[in-house]
Write a protein that binds this ligand. Sequence first.
Ligand code: MRU
Length: 356
Amino acid sequence: MNPPLEEVTHMDNVKLSDDGRSVVIIDQTLLPNSLEYITLSTREEMFEAIATLRVRGAPAIGICAGYCAYCLALQAPHDSFDDFYSRWEEDCRFLNGARPTAANLSWALNRMLDVAEDHRDMPVETVLAALKRECAAIHEEDMEMCRRISEYGLSLLRDGDGVLTHCNAGPLATSRYGTGQGPLFLAKERGMDIRVFADETRPLLQGARLTSFELQRAGVDVTLICDSMASIVMKNGWVQCCMVGCDRVAANGDTANKIGTSGLAILAKHYGIPFYVLGPTSTIDMDCPAGENIKIELRDGEEIRSKFFAEPAAPQGVRCYNPAFDVTDNSLISAIITEKGICRPPYSESLKKLFE
Ligand code: MRU
């Protein structure tokens, strides 16, 4: 029996603890087999949770970073602003090193740092109150952003369409509904009939473990496929578009997202299928001119060699190359859907307009 739809779309995956001093997250590494919350109190626990993808997905990382920064501020010395700030800024810098590609991590931390700077001449208690408001605002804004992105995304779908997705950009990766998969939940809410094909997303299986879990619980018609099966699904005419999230969008529209996204976009171009990127403006990095300037996170080869297998699936010690993301060239993207509207090529112009 599926839970009510709202239980899936409005999942509380990141929040403050009841005493307001720690961050509580769903440990996404345990899904789909177990839905458990864990509490993050120290900066080491926070760093580890982000680096090992217990909390993941660019917007959720940003929301978590805001709450983590606030909780670390509570732990910093309170006697003078300078003592407070020098210790806390160091904590924020430390957290910022947890994952390099998702723009929302540094975006959220910088928002928190800016708020503290703006209250420099005030008592530390006042600074803390302002930081508490700011991390809550980051979270609330994300809910509104996701809702708008999902609405715009839904306007690109017709009843009966098939949609191919990659990785997880649903409620678990955000605050509500999601971005890349937000329209699919909204379609369900509106009674539309959408068929979804979810790439399993090697090597960490976000599509298998998280996307198919969320969509199935929501009662959406979802079929899980291996990444290598996307081509046959497209050739068979089963999907009318691809919808994916994003981790960092450069000023020219080049888009970093989960490894495998760019290959999907190349396939979609071959088969004449629209390829849509959905994400909040907080993921657009106007200081990053093009994809070649995006730092790609490299991860442990053990994720390919042995993780998720009862026994290692590859010879011990075999060299692995394990980039967590790749960059999709802007020429392959049919539209970038943000909370402010749908951007079409040329992206260097349409994205710029979002910030005017
Ligand atoms: O490594 P992950 O699981 O954090 O990667 C997530 C993705 O690539 C998502 O598509 C992206 O962050 C958008 S989430 C709304």
